[in-house]
Design a binder for this molecule. Structure first.
Ligand code: SF4
Ligand code: SF4
Ligand code: SF4
Length: 439
C-alpha cells in the first residue's frame, strides 16, 4: 500500500477535482437514498471531506478529522461505488472517483481492519475462494489454464502444480470467482461450450480483485489485474469472454494499460449469436413470469440486453430499474462487512421491484448477484421469515446449460469448511499475513 501521505494527497486531489467540476445541480441526490437522506450531492461531500481531512498530515490527525465527521465515515462505508447516482451527471462525474481514494484512506488509517483483508486477499495463494476449492476438491487442472503467479507464490506453495508448458489460446474464459468456486459443473459446461463453438479457450480461475479494492487495497487490486492481463497476453489471449460485468469492467481498465486492443465479449452475446434462446420449457422448475435483473456494473448495457434477448421467447416481465438505472444487489462495496442489515435491505429491494413487475423469479446477469439473492433467501429460511418464500432467483447460465447451482449446499460447505481439522487449516491460511502488504 502507498504511504499514508500519498493516500492523503490522492484523496485531496480527487476532492479538489470533483468539487471544481460539480455544479451542484442535485441530480445525483435524487438517485440514491444515502445521498437523499443527507441532502448531499458530490459538491457537499467534497466540502465535508475537506472539513474532515483538509488539515490532516498523518494517520492520527486524519483519524481525528474523520471521527469528527461520523456521517461522512458512514457514507463511505455504506456506499457501494455503484455510480447509479452519477450516471446522469451533466458534468460526467463518477462517485467511484471519490469513493476509491476514500476507501484506500480508510484502510490506510486502519478503519478497515486487517481481518477484513485476510479473507479476500485474492492476489495470494490462499483466500476465501481458493480455500473453498481446495477443501471441497474443486480442481480444474485437467483444463487449459491461465497461469498467474500469486504475489506470495514460492516453490511448493501453489494451489496446483504448474504444467511444464503454458497452454496458449486466443480466447480466455473469465468466469469470475463466484462461478468458478461455487458452480464448478456450470463453469465446466460453459468452458466446454466455448471450446466447441469458439475454439481453443483458456480458463481463468483468478479473481478480478474487486473484493480487495472494496477493502481499500486499491493499488494491490490494480497491480493484480494488470498481472492477470499481462499473463493472458503472454499466453496468446486476444479476447476475454466474461460472465461477471464487474470483472469485465475492472479488467478492461487494466487492459487499457498493459494490453491495449484486448477484446472483451460477454458470454451471453456469444450464446445469442449462436442462436441460443430459452423459453418456458427450460424454466419448468421456476415460477413464471421471470424478470431479468441487470448488474450495477453494467451501466454501459453490454451484458444485460444480451441476457434479456436470450429470454425473448419466455414469459418475462421487464425489471423496473435496468441497465443504467440498475440498483446494486447488496453485494457491492463489501457493505455487508460494515452494515449487514443495510446490505440485506438492498437485496430485498430487488425482490420488491421484481414483485412490483408482476414477476416471481429473478434471473440475474451476474453470478455474484445470484449468490447474493440465494443467500438472502437462505438466511430468511434459517430465520423462519416467509416474506420472500415465493421469490425465486437464478443466473441465466443455469438455464442456458440446464443445470442448477445447489446454493444450500454451497452455504453449508462455507460453514463446514471452518469445522474440525480442515477448519484449523482454513483459519491458518486465511490469517497468514501476506508479502507485499504493510498490514
Ligand atoms: S449530478 Fe453531477 S454536477 Fe450535479 S450535483 Fe451531482 S455530481 Fe454535481
Ligand atoms: S451507493 Fe451507489 S448510488 Fe448511492 S451514493 Fe454510492 S455510488 Fe452513488
Ligand atoms: S467482480 Fe466480483 S464476482 Fe466477479 S470475480 Fe470479481 S469478486 Fe468475483
Amino acid at each position: 500500500m502507498a504511504d499514508f501521505t500519498t493516500l492523503l494527497e490522492r484523496t485531496r486531489d480527487a476532492i479538489t477535482n470533483l468539487e471544481d467540476q460539480c455544479i451542484a445541480c442535485g441530480t445525483c441526490t435524487t438517485r440514491c437514498d444515502l445521498l437523499e437522506s443527507r441532502t448531499w450531492n458530490i459538491h457537499a461531500i467534497c466540502e465535508e471531506s475537506s472539513d474532515a481531512i483538509g488539515g490532516a498530515h498523518d494517520a492520527q490527525s486524519a483519524r481525528l478529522g474523520i471521527d469528527a465527521h461520523p456521517s461522512l465515515y458512514q457514507f463511505f462505508r455504506s456506499c457501494e461505488s455503484c455510480n447509479r447516482c452519477t450516471v446522469h451527471c451533466p458534468q460526467q462525474l463518477n462517485m467511484s472517483d471519490l469513493w476509491q481514494p476514500w476507501r484506500a484512506l480508510l484502510r490506510g488509517a486502519k478503519y478497515i481492519p486487517d481481518s477484513d483483508v485476510g479473507m479476500i486477499k485474492t492476489d495470494c495463494t490462499w483466500n476465501t475462494f481458493s480455500v473453498y476449492r481446495h477443501v471441497w476438491n474443486i480442481d480444474y487442472s485437467d483444463l487449459s489454464l491461465l497461469e498467474v503467479p500469486s504475489i506470495d507464490e514460492t516453490e511448493g506453495a501453489t494451489v496446483q502444480e504448474a504444467p511444464a508448458r503454458k497452454a496458449h489460446a486466443e480466447t480466455l474464459f473469465f468466469p469470475g470467482c463466484t462461478l468458478c468456486t461455487y458452480a464448478p459443473e456450470l463453469t465446466r459446461a460453459a468452458y466446454a461450450w466455448l471450446n466447441e463453438h469458439v475454439g481453443p479457450t483458456l480458463l481463468s480461475t483468478q479473481c478480478c480483485a474487486w473484493p480487495l479494492e472494496c477493502a481499500g487495497e486499491v493499488d494491490r487490486a490494480q497491480t493484480w489485474r494488470e498481472r492477470v492481463i499481462a499473463a493472458a497476453k503472454d499466453q496468446g489471449v486476444r479476447r476475454i469472454v466474461g460472465v461477471c460485468p464487474g470483472c469485465d469492467r475492472q479488467l478492461e481498465i487494466a487492459a487499457a494499460a498493459v494490453a491495449p486492443g484486448m477484446e472483451f465479449v460477454p458470454l451471453a452475446q456469444l450464446l445469442l449469436d449462436a442462436g441460443v434462446r430459452m423459453g418456458d420449457e427450460s424454466l419448468a422448475d421456476c415460477t413464471l413470469p421471470l424478470s431479468v435483473v441487470t448488474s450495477c456494473n453494467d451501466r454501459a448495457s453490454i451484458h444485460g440486453p444480451a441476457v434479456r434477448a436470450l429470454f425473448e421467447h419466455a414469459n418475462a416481465k421487464p425489471f423496473p430499474c435496468a441497465d443504467e438505472d440498475a440498483w446494486c444487489c447488496g453485494a457491492g462495496g463489501a457493505v455487508n462487512a460494515y452494515d449487514p442489515n443495510l446490505a440485506r435491505s438492498r437485496t430485498c429491494r430487488s425482490f420488491r421491484l421484481c414483485e412490483q413487475a408482476g414477476a416471481h423469479t429473478l434471473v440475474t446477469v451476474c453470478p455474484t448477484c445470484a449468490y447474493t439473492y440465494a443467500f438472502e433467501r437462505w438466511m430468511q429460511a434459517q430465520e423462519g421469515n416467509a416474506r420472500w418464500d415465493g421469490m425465486g432467483s437464478l443466473n441465466y447460465l443455469e438455464v442456458a446449460f440446464d443445470m442448477r447451482i445447489d446454493w444450500p449446499r454451497v452455504f453449508a460447505n462455507l460453514t463446514n469448511m471452518w469445522q474440525g481439522e480442515q477448519g484449523a487449516w482454513v483459519a491458518e491460511q486465511l490469517s497468514q499475513s501476506e508479502p507485499g502488504s504493510e498490514t
